[in-house]
Design a protein around this ligand. Sequence first.
Ligand code: B12
Length: 379
Amino acid sequence: MGDDALTAGAVARRLGVAVTTLRTWHQRYGLGPSHHVPGQHRRYTRDDVDRLEVMRRLTAQGVAPAEAAAWAKRAPMPGSLSDAGGADPPAAPTMDVTWHATPDELRPETTSPSLQHAIDTSWLDIADLATLTGRDGGGHTIRTGRAGATARGVARAAMRLDAAALRTTLEMTVAERGVVAAWNDVIMPVLIGVGERYEATLRYIEVEHLISRTVTEVFSRVARPSGNEVVRVLLAAADEDQHTLPLEALAAGLAERGVPSRLLGGRVPPQALVDAVNRTGPDIVVLWSQLSSTGDPQQWHRLLSAAHSPRMCVAAGPGWPAEGLPDGIIRPESLLEAVRVIAVAVVGESGDDRSGAEVASTRVISTQAGIQQTREAGR
Ligand code: B12
């Protein structure tokens, strides 16, 4: 052990922290060098360094140092637990979302086997991380209603503008629960809370931007189907509507089911939409309108009179009027409903040798029956 024991300076360089920080962590939290040869400076063993790496990582994610130190000491280091005479292993976690879903970039390039074990081991769950990182919002909180601990942690991280914690928590949530549950149970409550906060104070636009950006990044990392498949689904936001996150959730949710889609993004002018449809010939077009000012039914009339008219039109979002949309337009009320009807329509396409018109009319009817079933199942 003595051979590869390190000095404080070497450990500081390896972890990218100051020597004084190491000294503070030693004095305040007992995370110090354990190797001691009489007459020499104490040296840090590999297990010491691994614990300090956990400490560094958690504090970087916003965990209070005392909490981080407690976790670092409890992290199961195989060698050190036995060396230390059998320290208590960490308490069995109440698993929700676990560390083993930690994204690659969370892992340091030079992870030692024991640290990798500490990170891979399912002893620290995402709710813990959210709670640990959730320092008091000081009254500047986002209300997340009845949503769970993860949503509260995300809201607090967003309020602190803690991009790293926000991203880590959302990535783990999507990896563990899937896109639809992550959206419904965590992201949507936080977005609605941010919106209410903005409405009440006309502040926190920076929070809204950071969370929007992070959600975009996290959904864009959900693996897409291989590039060889025909893309039959076109997603776009209505003219002048900048709200795209639900479409990004939809694209990611469809991808999870193996359905590729083409997402144009926000504020798509009617002519650009018609051009895109004519050029790519999608079977299904989803147009999202968040604001009543952008839910002009004319956009649909124009699309339906274009050279290539899609077989299934989906008007999504609260901006569309209850009346006045062309007949046959589908109105899913939730992400799950939209993912289901589109996935069924796309997957049902293969092996269907009826004429386009037959398929189209059957599809609209069966899709509406599918929506009804989804709604009833959800009740
Ligand atoms: C993020 C955000 C933004 C971001 C968008 C970034 C992006 N890339 O998308 C930015 C900063 C660009 C933005 C801008 C603006 N925004 Co904004 N924004 C939001 C916020 C916080 C989330 C939007 C969202 O994704 N909603 C989706 C989900 C979370 O909400 P929902 O649609 O109500 O969900 C329901 C259904 O749609 C359905 N559902 C949910 N998800 C899905 C998915 C699918 C596929 C389906 C079918 C259904 C479905 O279930 C829910 C329950 O019924 C909302 C708050 C809110 N409550 O929505 C404000 C909000 C929509 N924005 C608002 C406003 C006022 C604006 C601005 C005018 C602000 C300004 N002064 O500039 C601009 C408008 C810009 C424009 N022309 O589009 C208001 C709208 C008020 C209104 N009713 O008219 C809101 C409601 C905030 C508020 N409470 O005041 N915004």
